[in-house]
Design a protein around this ligand. Structure first.
Ligand SMILES: Nc1nc2c(c(=O)[nH]1)N[C@H]1C(S)=C(S)[C@@H](COP(=O)(O)OP(=O)(O)OC[C@H]3O[C@@H](n4cnc5c(=O)[nH]c(N)nc54)[C@H](O)[C@@H]3O)O[C@H]1N2
Ligand SMILES: Nc1nc2c(c(=O)[nH]1)N[C@H]1C(S)=C(S)[C@@H](COP(=O)(O)OP(=O)(O)OC[C@H]3O[C@@H](n4cnc5c(=O)[nH]c(N)nc54)[C@H](O)[C@@H]3O)O[C@H]1N2
Ligand code: SF4
Ligand SMILES: [Mo]
Length: 734
């Protein structure tokens, strides 16, 4: 009998009667896959497929992209604007016209009563870049609150802050093509096969050809860890110690790139003095990695020539998040691995447009990496937008995590929440709840009505999502790619851009500031202020982006004039000596002392609580919880628990247990697996009112990002499993 396919024809996906295919970029993760949505004769979206000639995904999609067309008519979509006087009142339907009056009067009323900054605008990494830019112009240029940030503080803030500290500017140096040139890859706290499946495919494809060693640093044995040549199950939160010890070995054995260090960096002596304290024997006791293994990994990395590092939330979401990024940059700098093919510290970003918001939203400054702190930057943007430069704050305001603390203290009374759901995603949600309950005005702009945060809204604006809208996104490797409007928004829902433009009309009473209506025109406006900047996009436009299947920035008008076609891929930053963004063109080597400043298990709470993600779900499951093909894999909250720990506590596979932290408790099913060690549980944070009831709101001192991956819990058994099942069921909204 024959098993499997006998011919090597590619698998053909069902097209479900699609007669027309429209181009977009996937709206889930930051990989940035080019996707085509198939429409049937009635114009209904019926299929999704990868785009074969797109360099990023080469025809492939993961389990979320493959069913992304199903998003459009999922349950709970907002169909019309709604209002109420207090969040505990029932909703009333309203018109868009009245909704904009309520938005304007709500914001201006609070500002008149409590001051300009008493209204928070909280944005996201999941809109299109032209939308970010427009919201930034409206918030900074007209509304004038400095309480403006996004959920990227929960996500990429440590990477941003680490890049800035090392290189003088944000901006990831590497790209996916680096996998095809590297001789060694270290992945720090990144579960690529589940969270960025198509980047993983690119990495794996390259590795099969080049056989470079893959080293995975993660306290949990992830799918990536299973594929590693060397797996380092370090003690949570101690990456900086491992990095210091690796540098100790590199310097001690003279494996550093002396020429590169001399030509391109400052701070060598201070760094050497710090890492001198971290010999592998000392470090091993803190980070839990065998000292000889530390030496082996350090030598492998330093001698590989070139070698690269990738990382994601295992590094960023820690009280040493920013330091962990700087540590990776240090390692790459001392071995000359920045901006060369196969040598890079490449932060894998998270949300589909986490990069676009960094570049253009003005949340952490002004467009295209300009800073509020620089007069020249303020003047340039004020002139361009036609606003009074004095209207702009001279210093960036609080980050999202700090905004909530100020709100809890009662100094922020109004909020406009766009495409983010902090009641599920912020740590220690009982405090978040208290903060939101006190608001006098809260507008939630979301594509779904049934989000946990919308419970506290007094105004709800129904937004379009993903390919109901038009605009661009930037992926992990700085590639800008286009989303076309494939289907219209349902009911009276409108694209976020339309909402911002109509809102702007209410605030722009003198008509001084221009707000172009179309995304393509806004892109042309953005091009103008990108000229000569780090992220120069002056050579791009929407049509060229679609034709090229995305273009990495920079791509300039000068390149177009010289007749240079857009790069297909493989573009890097900092490719020549001395191009860093500090005034002297050099990067900084920064010494990283280590202290334990996070929650650790003890007798009362003996387990590490590690939280993260699953391949089939997206964050708060507002989307994937309603798509059968995604939700069926894990419809209920569960923990991964070590079988030995379960044996000692008398917990059996599939039983419900109560997790208790110093903050609160949650009931979850126990799945037994040796992926986690005896003193750790892993809890996906996708489930409503669950993981973040337990997490502690410790923040990184530089980036203000929460340490989501280091809290302590105890596990209690539950006698009545039937009641437990019902309790646990309440922890899912859908
Ligand atoms: N399917 C799916 N894909 C996604 C997302 C999603 O929700 N679903 N979200 C997207 C977003 S916004 C993001 S930010 C990315 C996140 O992508 P990842 O960061 O890859 O995913 P996480 O599961 O959050 O965390 C990664 C790993 O960090 C490890 N870790 C925990 N503590 C430590 C530590 O102290 N040190 C180290 N080195 N590792 C540690 C965890 O064990 C976990 O395996 O995924 C993106 N892609
Ligand atoms: N415990 C724990 N907590 C975490 C993390 C963790 O690893 N562990 N990770 C953190 C990270 S990295 C991240 S990025 C955050 C994510 O946190 P959130 O941003 O709060 O998560 P989402 O569920 O993606 O929320 C996005 C919201 O926007 C809506 N939406 C989607 N598309 C659109 C659109 O086009 N327009 C509008 N207006 N709305 C839209 C969705 O319905 C949803 O309600 O969570 C953080 N929280
Ligand atoms: S890897 Fe990311 S971008 Fe690609 S299809 Fe999957 S979710 Fe979408
Ligand atoms: Mo994220």
């Amino acid at each position: 009998m024959l098993f499997g396919r006998t011919k090597k024809n590619p698998i053909k996906l069902p097209e479900h009667g699609a007669v027309e295919w429209k181009y977009a970029t996937c709206g889930y993760c930051s990989t940035g896959c080019s996707i085509e949505v198939g429409l049937n004769a009635e114009g209904k979206a019926v299929a999704s497929r990868g785009v074969a000639d797109a360099d990023v995904n080469r025809g492939k999609l993961c389990v979320k992209g493959l069913v992304e067309h199903r998003l459009f008519d999922t349950a709970g979509r907002g169909m019309y604007p709604m209002k109420r006087k207090h969040w505990s009142d029932p909703w009333e339907r309203t018109t868009w016209d009245e909704a904009f009056t309520l938005l304007h009067d709500g914001i201006r009323g609070i500002q008149a009563k409590y001051g300009r900054d008493s209204v928070a605008v909280i944005s996201t990494g999941q809109m299109l870049t032209e939308e970010f830019y427009t919201l930034g112009k409206l918030t900074r240029g007209l509304i004038g609150t400095n309480t403006y940030d996004g959920n990227t503080t929960l996500c990429m803030a440590s990477a941003v802050s680490g890049y800035k500290r090392s290189f003088g500017s944000d901006g990831p140096p590497g790209c996916y093509d680096d996998f095809s040139h590297t001789n060694c890859l270290i992945a720090w706290g990144s579960n690529l096969p589940e969270q960025h499946p198509i980047i993983y495919y690119r990495m794996k494809d390259a590795q099969e050809k080049r056989h470079f060693p893959l080293i995975v640093v993660d306290p949990r044995l992830t799918m990536l860890g299973q594929n590693a040549d060397i797996y380092l199950p370090l003690t949570p939160g101690t990456d900086v110690v491992l990095q210091n010890a690796m540098m100790h070995v590199i310097f001690k054995e003279g494996l550093e790139d002396k020429r590169y260090i001399e030509a391109n960096t400052n701070g060598l002596e201070e760094l050497k003095a710090e890492v001198a304290k971290w010999d592998p024997t000392t470090a091993s006791k803190v980070c839990g990695i065998n000292e000889e293994t530390i030496r082996v990994v350090a030598r492998l990395f330093a001698k590989a020539n070139p070698a690269m590092c990738i990382w994601t939330m295992g590094i960023n979401q820690s009280t040493h998040g920013s330091d962990g990024v700087v540590g990776i940059n240090n390692l790459c700098l001392i071995t000359g691995n920045v901006g060369r093919p196969g040598g890079a510290p490449l932060s894998i970003t998270g949300q589909c447009n986490a990069m676009g918001t960094r570049e253009w939203s003005s949340a952490s400054g002004l467009p295209n990496y300009r800073l509020l702190e620089y007069e020249k930057d303020r003047l340039e943007i004020a002139n361009f937008w036609n606003i009074d430069p004095e209207f702009l704050p001279k210093k960036v305001g609080p980050k999202q995590t700090d905004i909530y603390q100020v709100m809890e203290a009662g100094a922020i009374k109004g909020m406009w929440l766009v495409a983010t759901n902090p009641m599920t995603s912020l740590p220690n949600t009982s405090r978040v709840r208290k903060a939101m309950e006190q608001l006098e005005f809260c507008c939630v702009q979301d594509c779904y009505t049934d989000t946990e945060s919308a419970q506290y809204a007094t105004l709800y604006l129904p937004a379009g999502t993903w390919a109901e809208k038009n605009g661009v996104m930037t992926n992990t490797e700085r590639r800008i790619n286009l989303v076309n409007p494939v289907v219209p928004c349902p009911g009276e829902a409108k694209p976020d851009l339309w909402i911002f433009n109509r809102a702007a009309e209410r605030f722009n009473t003198e008509g001084r500031v221009k707000f172009p209506e179309k995304a393509a025109d806004i892109f042309l406006e953005m091009r103008e202020i990108s000229r000569g900047r780090l992220s120069d996009i002056s050579g791009m436009d929407h049509a060229l982006l679609e034709k090229s299947r995305g273009i990495q920035w920079p791509y300039t008008a000068e390149q177009v004039a010289r007749g240079e076609p857009p790069p297909k891929g493989g573009k890097r930053l900092y490719t020549v000596d001395g191009t860093f963004r500090y005034p002297d063109g050099k990067a900084k080597l920064i010494a990283l002392p280590f202290v334990v400043n996070y929650e650790v298990p003890d007798d009362e709470y003996p387990f590490w609580l590690n939280t993260g993600r699953l391949i089939e779900h997206w964050h708060g499951r507002t989307k994937t919880g309603k798509i059968g093909n995604n939700n069926k894999f894990s419809p209920i909250p569960f923990i991964e628990m070590n079988p030995d720990a379960a044996g000692e506590l008398g917990v059996r596979e599939g039983e419900y247990v109560r997790l208790v932290s110093r903050r609160s408790d949650a009931v979850v099913m126990a799945k037994l697996t040796s992926r986690v060690r005896k003193n750790m549980v892993f809890l996906p944070f996708h489930f409503h009112d669950c993981a973040n009831r337990l997490t502690i709101a410790n923040l990184d001192p530089h980036s203000r990002q929460p340490a989501y991956k280091q809290s302590a819990v105890r596990i209690e058994t539950i006698a009545n499993q039937y009641e437990a099942a019902i309790l646990s069921k309440e922890m899912r909204t859908f």
